[in-house]
Ligand binder design. Structure first.
Ligand code: PLP
Length: 470
């Protein structure tokens, strides 16, 4: 028997943390240092964490260091990292050129309270890759970038209403909360004003007729915002034709089109999803890769729209400028990382490498599913992967699975308990995915990582079977 499948001795009292799962027991046995830190954090931070998607049952691992495609926890366990810094790390952890640029910038100062040359170079690095970008305003996070994109759209068009697609994520500001994982009727989530929620129209993703109907019903749309490859980097994929149709409908209705390229930017292709599909949005939001693994983001696009942030342009036109401070906007250390990372993406085949690796990873994981007769499928596009957990028990061949045959609800639905156990089982096998059991590849993941992941995947499935979870 594989050593990692050996029975686990359950401590006196039988149950550990409210469960007698051998998977959880093995996880606890491997991660005592993380358990201790999690106990300490629970007193100080809500749920002991700083980001909802780091919530793990019974607790998440505490990471001490990372390099390339791997990271190590406080107990010395090594993980193949598919969380990928929430998608920020297309070059993997600690790319030496990016790290050197960050160290150099850090040694010169972290906050000048003044303009600096790196912000110009950073904007140029974005424009070099994304032709729709005529001007850039830096922000500190993707949430801020989409918030500013909406504000620009409202001020530019003089209209109030926004269109979003169900399941699409654009950060956590007030316009973006309903309709991501719940409140699909558009009602306000806790703490959000009804008036804000009701100014957002939620539409089924990919449904161009629903878009047309909404445009016909309301003549006060300022903008449509979407994740251009579909929600959660294509967990619910969109057909490229939809993007072209949407562009045409927006043009017809005089509505601005915003691509939220926080994840897809510089990942789908070096020119983002807009580069992959040849659709030119009016505005784009960028974060994650744009700042090379450091905090930083941008709203970018048409010069005449970004002019709403420009003192001189607004004085000349007699319009009121949109105010936009932000202490860490275009932070020089983030700028150094962003310039260096985007330069590497422009000059090398790093994006294609990450994409090709993800294709081989999906195939390897699906081979295991087929061999073990596990009724799931791993799918995805570009450098991403997602797990379909088949809630309606379809007869599927994982190696030929087509997500377009499934509804959004089917693709998103994952038995919470099972997904949670699988996540922990994978961690015990040295594999870190996101909570939906998906993730990103980087240009540093190798075929050896894929082979090791396939072995861990097989083991994790066997563990679930041994506990009658599957
Ligand atoms: C598509 C998309 N938009 C916006 C955001 C928000 O970005 P941030 O976490 O930097 O606020 C995210 C974050 O994951 C995202 O995936």
């Amino acid at each position: 028997m594989d050593a990692s499948l050996a029975p686990v001795t359950v401590p006196p009292g039988g149950q550990i943390g409210g469960t007698n799962s051998g998977i959880v027991a093995r996880y606890r046995a491997k991660t005592p240092g993380s358990a201790e830190l999690a106990r300490e954090a629970a007193d100080l931070l809500p749920s002991g964490i700083a980001h909802d998607s780091r919530h793990v049952d019974p607790y998440g691992v505490y990471i001490e260091r990372a390099s390339g495609a791997h990271k190590w926890d406080v107990d010395g366990n090594r993980y193949i990292d598919y969380f990928g810094g929430h998608g920020a790390l297309i070059l993997g952890h600690c790319n030496p050129t990016v790290t050197a640029a960050v160290a150099d910038a850090l040694s010169k100062g972290t906050q000048f309270g003044a303009s600096h040359g790196l912000e110009i170079a950073w904007a140029r690095a974005i424009m070099r890759l994304v032709p729709s970008v005529e001007r850039v305003r830096f922000t500190s996070s993707g949430t801020e970038a989409t918030l500013m994109a909406l504000r620009l759209a409202r001020a530019f068009t003089g209209h109030d209403r926004m269109m979003r697609f169900k399941g699409h994520f654009h950060g956590w500001h007030d316009h973006m909360t309903s309709g991501y994982t719940n409140h699909f009727d558009g009602s306000a989530t806790p703490g959000v004003l009804d008036g804000v929620a009701s100014a957002v129209t939620l539409v089924a993703p990919g449904d161009i007729e629903a878009v047309r109907a909404a445009f016909a019903a309301h003549n006060d749309f300022a903008a449509v915002i979407l994740e251009p490859t579909g929600s959660s980097f294509g967990q619910v994929p969109l057909r490229p034709e939809f993007l072209h149709e949407l562009r045409s409908e927006c043009d017809r209705a005089g509505v601005l089109l915003i691509f939220d390229e926080v994840v897809t930017g510089f990942r789908a292709t070096a020119g983002g999803a807009q580069g992959a599909y040849g659709v030119r949005p009016d505005l784009s939001s960028f974060a994650k890769i744009v700042a090379g693994g450091m905090p930083g983001a941008a709203v970018a696009g048409r010069r005449d729209i970004l002019d709403l942030l420009d003192f001189e342009a607004m004085a000349k036109s007699g319009r009121e400028k949109i105010g936009h401070p932000g202490t860490f906007n275009a932070n020089p250390v983030s700028a150094a990382a962003g310039i260096t990372c985007l330069g590497i993406l422009a000059d090398t085949d790093a994006v294609d490498t990450a994409t090709a690796t993800a294709g081989r990873l999906r195939h390897a994981l699906n081979e295991v599913l087929a061999e073990t007769k596990t009724p799931w499928a791993v799918y995805g596009t570009f450098s991403g992967f997602h797990l379909f957990m088949n809630p309606q028990h379809r007869a599927i061949d994982p190696l030929a699975f087509d997500p377009f045959e499934c509804s959004m609800a089917e693709l998103k639905e994952q038995p919470k308990h099972l997904a949670s156990r699988l996540r922990v089982a994978l961690l015990t096998c040295g594999i870190d995915t996101n909570g939906r059991i998906g993730g990103f590849t980087s240009a540093t993941h190798t075929d050896a990582d894929i082979a090791e992941t396939a072995v861990g995947w097989r083991e994790a499935i066997a563990m679930l079977r041994a506990e009658a979870e599957l």
